[in-house]
Design a protein around this ligand. Structure first.
Ligand code: SAH
Ligand code: DHB
Ligand code: MG
Length: 221
């Protein structure tokens, strides 16, 4: 079993059920032409995020880690009229490309990009007593995942869904002594959730165009 078959299966899935469109492809093209890293979610994963957000009728979505806005566009399209996605990005160049992409996709009215370190922006959102979020996608630096999760939880309504990307990292999740802050971040989140009475969670391992990784899903009680 090799990564090439995972990729081929994703290609088949993209060509059949995912139904991406030209606007989504333009977002990725602009990401690549601008020299941003190719670390956006895959099309099948973007569609999964969209279906999850739609299935809980999410009206307010929070995203931590925008890059060029590819996952943002999938999520923004899940929103009903009047809905909104707030997406947080630290890198000014990524933010500029993302803003151009939201214009390309005709979604400027539904997307609010806040530039700066996510921990600061999350603290600001809490201080502003921002209306509660229904759905959160955590996909920025992995070292701060437990802190992002705590902020997002405090900014969410009961019944809200939180999805965390890249929690398996080819199995690196198991390396208790890893010096990698990213690995320690995803480990710490799991250890905290073991004793957190506020959420029910699971972690799903994935293979595909993005290799071997996984998502953590948590539902706020
Ligand atoms: N969600 C995107 C991919 C995000 S990649 C998609 O699937 O299309 C991770 C992003 O998080 C990068 O753009 C990186 O600049 C940003 N990031 C890293 N550290 C951050 C921080 N402390 N605060 C906000 N954004 C951060
Ligand atoms: C990588 C992948 C991601 O989805 C991400 O959010 C950050 C990094 C990576 O492959 O390095
Ligand atoms: Mg990711």
């Amino acid at each position: 079993m090799s990564e090439s078959i995972w990729r081929d299966v994703d290609t088949f899935v993209e060509a059949t059920v995912v139904r991406g469109d030209a606007a989504l492809q333009r977002v990725l093209d602009h990401q690549d032409r601008s020299g941003l890293p190719s670390i956006a979610v895959s099309p099948a994963q973007g569609k999964l995020l969209q279906l999850l957000a739609r299935s809980i009728n999410a009206r307010r979505v929070l995203e931590i880690g925008t890059l060029a806005g590819y996952s943002t566009v999938w999520l923004a399209r899940a929103l009903p009229a009047g809905g909104c996605i707030v997406t947080l990005e630290i890198d000014a160049r990524h933010a500029r490309v993302a803003r151009e992409n939201f214009a390309l996709a005709g979604l400027e009215d539904r997307v609010e990009l806040r530039e700066g370190p996510a921990l600061d922006t999350l603290a600001q959102l809490r201080a502003e007593r921002s209306a509660p979020f229904d759905f959160t996608f955590i996909d920025a630096d992995k070292a701060s995942i437990p802190e992002y999760f705590e902020h997002a939880l405090m900014l969410s309504r009961p019944g809200a869904l939180l999805v965390v990307d890249n929690v398996i990292r080819r199995g690196a999740l198991l390396q208790a002594e890893s010096p990698d802050a990213n690995v320690q971040g995803v480990r710490r989140l799991h250890e905290r959730l073991k004793v957190d009475p506020r959420v029910e969670a699971t972690t799903i391992q994935t293979v595909g165009a993005k290799g071997y990784d996984g998502f953590l899903l948590a539902l706020i009680k």
